[in-house]
Write a protein that binds this ligand. Structure first.
Ligand SMILES: *[C@@H]1O[C@H](CO)[C@@H](O)[C@H](O)[C@H]1NC(C)=O
Ligand SMILES: *[C@@H]1O[C@H](CO)[C@@H](O)[C@H](O)[C@H]1NC(C)=O
Length: 266
């Protein structure tokens, strides 16, 4: 009796699953592109193919992350005056899109920093960050404080350099520029935190919805896809010697404020 009752239920469930599966196959980015092209040329059958790797692209991208002064935890972890830190969420963000991280410790001797810059294909400046994949220009942290779209447009230096991608409203409903991208350089700056949604849990203001996680992943994928255009091919051993895997992060999420994990450099 029960078996008889159960079978149709299972059957209808599995039917439902298989139709869902048919609609949302997991596709590689290159296949998605092809599917769009196929749709345009009215070829309705998707033939899954993997393209040959593009020899122009660097499939072993390395990203430098610049450290910030302090321990990232208001002295709970380290009070050394020369301490600096990287929130581990930035590292995970970069890794999730297929790259490795070298910490750029801001107060290290300049020659050491320049040597490390030779090893990377892009740079992430935390806390209002910017990136740099192709050329390697030094990026200024222009957007430490919010500016309105009007202010950006009126400032010709800014508006000629940056295209406004998004605006947001603050708690007082004042609109500020929240994402900008350079017209002529591989530089994008965010006045929000794409890395937190998937990797930080200390504040209830951080969204963890599926949409929010996709935003994190999408921005990471975009960042690293730009870095793959970098022609820099650093020596493998030197990269290994400087990777963030030579350091250990500290879990500080139990304090319930700030970052969940941080790397501290002293
Ligand atoms: C850092 O200094 C503060 C204030 O003196 C103190 O409360 C805290 O325990 C210190 N942190 C560490 C890791 O020693
Ligand atoms: C920080 O200070 C310690 C102790 O004086 C020193 O050993 C270390 O090299 C310094 N680190 C940096 C990054 O300046």
């Amino acid at each position: 009796m029960w078996g008889y009752l159960w079978i149709p239920i299972l059957f209808s469930l599995s039917k439902e699953f298989s139709s869902v599966e048919a609609q949302s196959k997991i596709l590689l980015p290159s296949q998605r592109q092809r599917q769009q092209n196929d749709a345009v040329s009215s070829l309705s059958v998707l033939v899954p193919r993997c393209p040959v790797p593009d020899s122009k692209l660097n499939y072993r991208p390395v990203i430098g992350i610049v450290t910030h002064p302090g321990d990232g935890a208001s002295g709970r972890l380290n009070n050394a005056t020369n301490a600096s830190y990287i929130a581990a969420s930035y590292v995970k963000f970069v890794e999730s899109a297929g790259a490795r991280v070298i910490p750029l410790i801001y107060n290290e001797p300049e020659d050491v920093l320049f040597e490390k810059l030779e090893l990377v294909n892009g740079v992430l400046y935390t806390g209002g960050w910017a990136k740099d994949g192709l050329y390697y220009a030094i990026v200024e942290k222009v957007f430490k404080y919010g500016i309105s779209p009007e202010t950006l447009q009126k400032n010709l230096d800014l508006s000629r350099f940056f295209k406004m991608l998004t605006t947001s409203a603050d708690e007082d409903n004042k609109v500020y520029v929240s994402t900008v991208q350079a017209y002529d350089y591989p530089v994008t700056a965010f006045q929000w935190h794409p890395e937190k949604n998937a990797f930080e849990w200390g504040s209830s203001a951080i969204p963890h919805s599926e949409d929010a996680i996709e935003v994190t992943q999408h921005v990471a994928n975009y960042f690293i896809s730009e870095a793959r255009w970098s022609v820099n091919r650093p020596p493998a051993q030197k990269v290994l010697d400087n990777l963030i895997y030579n350091y250990r992060p500290t879990f500080c999420g139990k304090a319930g404020k700030g970052f969940d994990e941080v790397y501290i450099f002293t």
